[in-house]
Design a protein around this ligand. Structure first.
Ligand SMILES: Nc1ncnc2c1ncn2[C@@H]1O[C@H](COP(=O)(O)OP(=O)(O)O)[C@@H](O)[C@H]1O
Ligand SMILES: [Mg+2]
Length: 226
């Protein structure tokens, strides 16, 4: 489902070249559950951003569901992203002035789904995520854990083939973090691949496969089939 070949990413900071990713070879199959671990600055977010089509590599190729994404223009990439990728950030990235319902329905609006169908799907999802009584709340009226559940609902309402989560529990207490991980794992059980960056070894142990990054390289992969 995902194939990365020889991925390089170099950032220019003033005169200095920061090699954030070096020669990354990585594949993931449909429905896998993968934890990405490693020290701060090792390239985890850079890798996830490239997988999420939020950033482009300087070299190498990225194939997603038989689409060679590296040869698409920005508009075509945005289209692939909307349909195939659900991205969950550490700091939620909800639209502050919109309610939970309006945040979650955004991808459906972009996809041209009609209002009645949108309402039905958004309400079902928010109910399932334990947010049935928070539908009309704005992000600043929700707890961190509730905001992250809204963000996950928004990221997955289009039933993407992969969920990419960058330290989704990094800003939450353990109990809310657990709720969030359980929701992500439930979606994984429904067939969406889950690739999660985490600092938490306990969370890492829950994944079927663990990748350890060091200094822009994949140092260890418990199940790479490249
Ligand atoms: N937009 C950017 N501009 C310059 N350097 C960056 C940028 N993004 C990341 N880096 C650098 O690339 C390296 C990897 O960063 P990152 O992928 O964020 O690491 P991690 O998520 O593992 O903490 C770091 O040295 C970081 O400073
Ligand atoms: Mg990071």
């Amino acid at each position: 489902m995902i194939r990365l070949r020889n991925i390089e990413r170099v950032f220019l900071v003033g005169e200095e070249r920061v090699h954030a990713l070096r020669d990354i070879e990585f594949s993931a199959e449909k429905g896998e559950y993968i934890a990405i671990m490693g020290p701060s600055g090792s390239g985890k977010s850079t890798l996830l951003n490239i997988l999420g089509l939020l950033d482009r590599p300087d070299n190498g190729i990225y194939e997603l569901d038989d689409i060679m994404t590296t040869s698409l223009d920005d508009k075509e990439q945005a289209d692939v992203r909307r349909h195939k990728i659900g991205f969950v950030f550490q700091f939620f990235h909800l639209v502050p002035r919109l309610t939970a319902e309006q945040n979650v329905e955004l991808p459906l609006v972009l996809a041209g789904v009609d209002k009645a169908e949108r309402r039905k799907r958004v309400h079902e999802t928010l109910e399932a995520f334990g947010l049935g009584d928070r539908i009309n709340h704005r992000p600043d009226q929700l707890s961190g854990g509730q905001r992250q559940r809204v963000a996950i609902a928004r990221a997955t309402i289009m039933k993407p083939s992969v969920i990419l989560a960058d330290e989704p529990t990094g800003n939450l207490d353990r109990t809310s973090g657990n709720d969030v991980v359980e929701i992500l794992e439930e979606l994984n059980d429904q067939g969406m691949a889950l690739i999660m960056v985490t600092h938490d070894p306990e969370l890492g142990m829950r994944a079927q496969r663990r990748i350890k990054m060091v200094d822009g390289f994949i140092e260890e992969d418990t199940g790479n089939r490249v």
